[in-house]
Design a protein. Structure first.
Length: 252
């Protein structure tokens, strides 16, 4: 699908991988709507890319519906959805203080998995009802993680949420195939995102040393570049692509 003048939705587009994706797709002429709860950051990114910042809690059916409606009114039906909104927690299922609080697990599942599904179901409904652009009607992308395959100790909630998205990729690709809507996922390895900006240089160097090649942390622009390629390559469908420098996470 061509990106020029194409309406795009990016959840979590105010920072990290989502911000890089907004910059990359806008550089190709896409009309980008950034859906986020960090409105100061979202407005800043939107201003830089000539896009639209819309407040959206992806875990809320009402908030997501309102956000997508606002984007549709401004840009038209979104033909590309990139789900980048997410969070994580590092807690053992049974730690020194006993069992992991259930609400900690639920919070991560609710944002990463249910939130992505929530926005996807609404955006897909719009895509399916729209006229085709060439041979397809739209592209949906999930941001999963290598933790979906090799979750480390303390990543039960995160791994479960990303594993759910990975499993849902082929299922939704099959369900939406008859409508010409593709579904893909990217499973990033260890990327230099805001979460790692706070880590010491020593910690960053240690993480980079675990990556076979290139032996460094991933740059968000590399994630964004893959998003652009997926959107533009119509034969990519139903697959989660690892973007990780061949890293395989150790247990801890």
């Amino acid at each position: 699908m061509e990106l020029k003048n194409t309406p795009v939705l990016i959840t979590g587009g105010a920072s990290g991988l989502g911000e890089a994706t907004a910059i990359q797709l806008a550089s190709q002429g896409a009309r980008v709507a950034i859906l986020d709860i960090q409105m100061d950051k979202a407005r800043d990114v939107a201003e830089r890319v000539g896009g639209l910042a819309i407040e959206c809690d992806v875990t809320s059916a009402e908030s997501a519906q309102q956000a997508i409606s606002k984007a549709r009114d401004a840009h038209g039906v979104a033909r590309v959805l990139v789900n980048c909104a997410g969070t994580g927690t590092a807690k053992r299922v049974v730690g020194r203080d006993g069992p992991m609080p259930l609400e900690d697990f639920v919070k991560v599942i609710n944002l990463n998995l249910i939130g992505s599904f929530n926005v996807t179901r609404l955006a897909a409904a719009d895509m399916i009802a729209a006229e085709p652009v060439g041979e397809e009607r739209g592209v949906i992308l999930f941001t999963t993680s290598v933790a979906a395959y090799e979750g480390q100790i303390g990543q039960a909630a995160y791994s479960a949420s990303k594993g759910g998205l990975t499993s849902m990729t082929i299922q939704l690709a099959r369900e939406f195939a008859q409508f010409g809507v593709r579904v893909m996922a990217i499973a990033p390895g260890i990327f230099l995102t805001p979460l790692l900006y706070t880590a010491s240089p020593e910690v960053q160097e240690s993480l980079a040393a675990s990556i076979p090649f290139p032996q460094r942390l991933g740059d968000p622009s590399e994630f964004a570049g893959l998003v652009e390629h997926i959107v533009g390559n119509p034969y990519l469908n139903g697959e989660a692509i690892r973007l990780d420098g061949a890293v395989r996470l150790a247990p801890r």
